[in-house]
Design a protein around this ligand. Structure first.
Ligand SMILES: Nc1ncnc2c1ncn2[C@@H]1O[C@H](COP(=O)(O)OP(=O)(O)O)[C@@H](O)[C@H]1O
Ligand SMILES: [Mg+2]
Length: 239
């Protein structure tokens, strides 16, 4: 089955990521709840996509599956023509490190470490030499506007600053795809708007595709496309 939502004009190049007939259920109270039944979704290079909808419909589950953080029960994930089902956990970890960036509602930064140390980490894990990782991390912190705070520990930064550092960390490996789960769900309106603008600026300047789960209709409206999940399938969302 094909992705039922329209392709954005000018962003029709070969898809960066395709989800085909994805299904996922969870055991709950002795029964199984089928959260995703038949998800078909194609994400184009450079595209921005919002996943919207009520709490509990499976947005985070879908995002985790798209990011290979969680395994689907059925279906396939194709990344630039390569079937990820063939990858073992070690290869997937390497793949995620190089190709995917993640931002969550709660930043998941290491609070006892500095902004710079946190940002460098994916590059170091990816095998970069320390000085190079440091230089790239500083570049990214500049890019998201918190380079002056690079030596501060995370727990000494504001919520907005922490989320900027999380973005810098997500982007240090120059991923093809940035996946964000309610990235501003924890920020006040002013900081949310700043981070929204920044996300779109980064998408434009760095060219990565962007998939954002959000309750924020302003942010959803800024995206190329909006989808939601109805009875375990992807449909276009009207907002
Ligand atoms: N690990 C899990 N174990 C059991 N149930 C889960 C698990 N993860 C999610 N669910 C259930 O799946 C449904 C969808 O969850 P989720 O993807 O987090 O929704 P959303 O992000 O749209 O709020 C919910 O009913 C949730 O309780
Ligand atoms: Mg969620």
């Amino acid at each position: 089955m094909v992705d039922p939502t329209p392709v954005v004009p000018g962003k029709k190049e070969s898809p960066i990521l395709e989800a085909i007939a994805i299904a996922k259920s969870f055991a709950y109270d002795g029964a199984r709840i089928e959260v995703l039944r038949n998800v078909n979704l194609s994400i184009a290079k450079g595209e921005t996509l919002a996943i919207v909808g009520a709490s509990g419909i499976g947005k985070s589950t879908l995002l985790h599956i798209l990011g290979t953080l969680e395994k689907a029960d059925r279906g396939k994930l194709i990344f630039r023509g390569r079937d990820l089902s063939d990858y073992d956990e070690k290869r997937l970890a390497r793949f995620r490190n190089l190709k995917m960036g993640f931002v969550f509602q709660f930043h998941h930064l290491l609070t006892e470490f500095t902004a710079l140390e946190n940002t460098m980490l994916p590059a170091l894990i990816g095998g970069a030499e320390k000085e190079r990782a440091r230089a790239t991390a500083i570049e990214m912190l500049e890019r998201v506007g918190v380079a002056d705070k690079q030596d501060r520990r995370i727990n000494r930064l504001s919520g907005g600053e922490q989320q900027r550092v999380a973005l810098a960390r997500a982007l240090i490996q120059r991923p093809d795809l940035l996946l964000a789960d309610e990235p501003t769900g924890n920020l006040d309106r002013r900081n949310s708007q700043r981070v929204h603008r920044l996300l779109l600026e980064l998408n434009r300047d760095l060219g990565m595709s962007l998939v954002v789960v959000t309750h924020n209709l302003e942010l959803a409206a800024m995206m190329d496309r909006r989808v939601t999940i109805v009875e375990g399938e992807i449909v276009s969302a009207e907002i």
